[in-house]
Design a protein around this ligand. Sequence first.
Ligand code: R5P
Length: 297
Amino acid sequence: MSAVTVFNVNGHDGIVAALQSLPATRGECVVRHFPDGESYVRVLSDVAGQHTVILCGLEYPDEKCLPLLFLSRALRERGAVSVGLVAPYLSYMRQDKRFHEGEALTSKHFARLLSDHLDWLVTIDPHLHRYHAMHEVYTIPAQALHAAPLLAGWCHTLGDAFLVGPDAESEQWVKALAEPAGLPYVIASKQRHGDRDVVISLPDTAHLVGKTPVLIDDVISSGMTMRVTLGVLRERGFTGMRVACVHALLAEGAEQGLRDAGATELVSVNTIVHGSNHIDAGALVAQAVKQQLAELQ
Ligand code: R5P
């Protein structure tokens, strides 16, 4: 196989370390913004005849997307034979239908943009809710990895706990984690009235009194879903609540909000670099990238 060079664009040191086992070398590039906000991109490594992998989380995507597309062009201009993307967090998957007439279906438009510039894509737990598979959205080979087996290992360490899924969408997750760990679970129902306005109804928890609630979701963004759920549990007398997610997007104020609402611990997978990253997805990603590169041969 041709040599492989990995460009770590925004600080995923844990995952890039695992990718070096491919084997791959680390590429050097400059990606920055001019004072007026325009992007500057320069590839410093020689990539002629090589497969290249861009490792670029796409949380807060609008400022990252243009530099990413420019980098993919620059790599090809420097002679790379392929350009793949590892986006541990893949944005724009939640606008998976037109909730209101006239809305842009951004999941599809974003997918079109990336598909036009890249040869393949690997991501972790994209928001596949109304879509069931990546090929419904992406036209390039796009692989969705699942962090559940990684979180499952953590769930085995929880002791006398019960899991809480904050909305119907989380049930698939929570059930898959709770059952192998022998933990009971409850699923709340959520009504969203706005970006930061959610109402949570929790089923009866009387049989769980004395156990520690562990709230689990794929994404924590504003944190309101978790905050309101924590509030309901606190009103019912529960304490010591723990919160876990795959993608700690954590918009401004979200982390403090979770603590104020009674969370004693926040645990996340390292798809978005954050101090709560206690679960490493590096080996999982490296395996998938190996597969994508093998398929290019
Ligand atoms: C929704 O479908 C997701 O699974 C999360 O529940 C949601 O994105 C969390 O958002 P927030 O933290 O803003 O309530």
